[in-house]
Design a protein around this ligand. Sequence first.
Ligand SMILES: C[S@@+](CC[C@H](N)C(=O)[O-])C[C@H]1O[C@@H](n2cnc3c(N)ncnc32)[C@H](O)[C@@H]1O
Length: 311
Amino acid sequence: MVNTMKTFHKLIFGDAENMKEIEDNSIHLVVTSPPYFNAPFDYPDMFESYEVYLGKMRRVAKELKRVVDEGRVVCIVCDDTLIDGKKYPVVADLTKIYIEEGFTYRDKIIWIKPEGYIRISRRSGVILQHPYPMYFYPDNLQETILIFQKGKFDYKKIPAELKEKSKIRVEEYQQNKWYLTTWNITNVLPLKNRLEEGIAAFPEEIPYRLINLFSYVGETVLDPFMGSGTTNKVAAMLGRNSLGYEIDLELCEVVKEKMGLKQSSLFERNYEVEIIVREDARCLRTHLQEKIRKQRSVVKNAKSETGKTVR
Ligand SMILES: C[S@@+](CC[C@H](N)C(=O)[O-])C[C@H]1O[C@@H](n2cnc3c(N)ncnc32)[C@H](O)[C@@H]1O
């Protein structure tokens, strides 16, 4: 459904642990996906250690507690990260952090991707080479959407007219099974020449469902880890205002493209976008991509030397 209401989008390049541009209790919904801790094919060595990563996540959670309005919801798309055969329990640790920072743990949805859309390591083949016990490593088809709430929501505060304008389309809710704790949604593969190349972007369907389910038309949605700006684009489509933070200034052009700022439109755009570049913005992508390329060629060489699959 395309919206006709004029909306405003403030996209800030800088570190989300400081959201000084946002007033206390002014955000109605957060939809985000934090960096996957040092994931080999997205953010190799981005954080010095797992503790440093969790420290950053906690400081962002504290800022979210300040800016999110009473009763409102924070949705975090995340997954445990596998590095050198060891899993880091990101989902459990984020859950603990958000509870400790004062949010209520409201729900958990498992996002299931179709088979054939795996973009990281396919580990299940090991058992084909070694069909014996202890060689089992399943392929990962899921991510988690954690849903936290700040205090209690006052349903009486919402005027009847706004409720009506923001009504959820029940046929879509039923047909696409939004009502389950498992959502089957095709993911975005960050393929070459795609806008999302080198960005662990989520599909529009995720913010589409969450924005419909947890915010009213004209309200403000925040993504503290904006990436390519998927949440902000969908917010505009659904008549919500948005704010976004992204540390990597190299994504600015991608965000502009996704927000439709690069196309000369024959029609008047029904949303305004302001881009702010702060002093703490950094340039990361080129460096990370270079590291990933080197890593891939090491894996390739190892494969051809040993003739075996390298995990
Ligand atoms: C998983 S991606 C988000 C992708 C996004 N959902 C999309 O659809 O494009 C996480 C993003 O967080 C950014 N990031 C990492 N640390 C950050 C920080 N401290 N503040 C703001 N952004 C940060 C990364 O550069 C990356 O683009």
